[in-house]
Design a protein around this ligand. Sequence first.
Ligand SMILES: NC(=O)c1ccc[n+]([C@@H]2O[C@H](COP(=O)([O-])OP(=O)(O)OC[C@H]3O[C@@H](n4cnc5c(N)ncnc54)[C@H](O)[C@@H]3O)[C@@H](O)[C@H]2O)c1
Ligand SMILES: O=c1ccn([C@@H]2O[C@H](COP(=O)(O)OP(=O)(O)O[C@H]3O[C@H](CO)[C@@H](O)[C@H](O)[C@H]3O)[C@@H](O)[C@H]2O)c(=O)[nH]1
Length: 456
Amino acid sequence: MTKICCIGAGYVGGPTMAMIAKQCPDVQVNVVDINENRIAAWQTDELPIYEPGLLEVVQEARGRNLFFSTDVDQGIRDADIVFVSVNTPTKTFGEGAGCASDLQYWELCARRIKEVSTSDKIIVEKSTLPVRTAEAMERVLHAGDNPVHFEVLSNPEFLAEGTAIDDLHNPDRVLIGGHETETGRKAIQTLVEIYATWIPRERILTTNLWSSELSKLTANAFLAQRVSSINAISALCEATEADVAEVAHAIGTDSRIGPKFLKASIGFGGSCFKKDILNLVYLCETYGLKEPAEYWRQVVVMNEYQEKRFVTTMLHSMFNTIANKRIAVLGFAFKADTGDTRESPAIKVCRELAAEHATIVVSDPEAMENAKLEMPELADRIGFEEDPYKAAEGAHAVAVLTDWKLYKELDFRRIYDGMQKPAFLFDGRNMLDHDALFEMGFEVYSIGKGYKTHLK
Ligand SMILES: NC(=O)c1ccc[n+]([C@@H]2O[C@H](COP(=O)([O-])OP(=O)(O)OC[C@H]3O[C@@H](n4cnc5c(N)ncnc54)[C@H](O)[C@@H]3O)[C@@H](O)[C@H]2O)c1
Ligand SMILES: O=c1ccn([C@@H]2O[C@H](COP(=O)(O)OP(=O)(O)O[C@H]3O[C@H](CO)[C@@H](O)[C@H](O)[C@H]3O)[C@@H](O)[C@H]2O)c(=O)[nH]1
């Protein structure tokens, strides 16, 4: 029986390993982590992350061939294949602070693997890493006179939160990079066979190590670039009475452009896009490629502009003062169907609103616990109210920041009746029926669509 160990039981390690275990009952999968609370939660039905469909997948395999443990060393020692899926955040200190990837968690894992292994293993980079990390890892793994052989593969993860289970079940592609040597090819084949249990072989791409590592950063850079591109156009739409949704539809029907990832918004969030683009920027700079670095940096610059612009619109439309006005923030997660608030644009928006001395009430169906941890410094300005109607009661403005489906279904007549007048509504996701809201009496502001106001 093949034994897999995955180090890191987070948003990636948990769901990916649960899917492998579900699809491959003959493979034993041990997910290990140093975070005791997380591991304990994976062992219950109150999973540590909210992801539609995840619980069912975990329940099918848990206790059969899927196990969660804090015994990292034992997990590594027993395994034929070790996935490393630890966090690789942006460095906050020293050289490359604010841009480079912080590789300390990855390197600690490599050292641990070397320390405790007594048999040959395939080591799989699941975390998103700078191109050529595998080289450094191989040096760490093979330092000294260790007789054990480690074959390093890159297998980046492309799942998106909120759709992780569908993405894992039916991925556009799986990417596996390895050395073009006999042992490298053999290791690639071993991993290909695991995925081929449920994924058509032609969707499993194999490349050299560096192409695989770089493809992950490139994919995220291209995706984020599309969001920043349409957001840049949204600003021009507002100035010209063009409608960004119409523009996006018109260009998206060109098969060379395609319709996806063209939704104008308050900006992209999540733990990956900004971090991975900045990592790409840092890599370009490291190789002396100033212009490519600047090119990609602009994707992040545009995103920050879009977040800031949203609050500026709120401020200007509400007569240039929001001090002590109650603002109901509907949605704090960085996108719908997740409780994840990492790098959520809602954080930036709340900070800017608080800087204007607004009184903020945050509501979200899944992200309240994480939201409470995000902005401790604003505790005296922010309240939390799970019920969106209560959050909006007495508010001067409602700002929709996450595209939760339930916000489409709210009784906005009831919300309007309970609000201060004029009642402002800022739709940061362009998801509501703006004509109907305007008819009810709202002052309606959206992204890239012009404003609907009763005020002269
Ligand atoms: N979140 C996503 O949607 C997503 C998608 C694709 C790729 N990625 C990449 O996958 C990686 C993991 O992301 P995530 O969102 O799952 O992070 P996460 O923070 O949710 O999980 C990482 C886990 O690793 C554990 N860990 C850290 N060091 C450890 C060690 N030495 N030993 C054992 N456990 C350790 C942490 O305790 C944590 O639980 C990152 O590189 C990220 O860029 C994330
Ligand atoms: O047209 C769009 C599409 C997305 N977004 C926003 O962009 C952010 C990212 O969304 P999405 O990409 O769907 O979620 P993530 O979970 O961050 O997934 C991205 O980041 C992961 C981590 O690397 C990758 O694995 C995925 O392939 C990649 O889509 C969110 O704030 C979305 O609201 C928009 O504003 N407009």
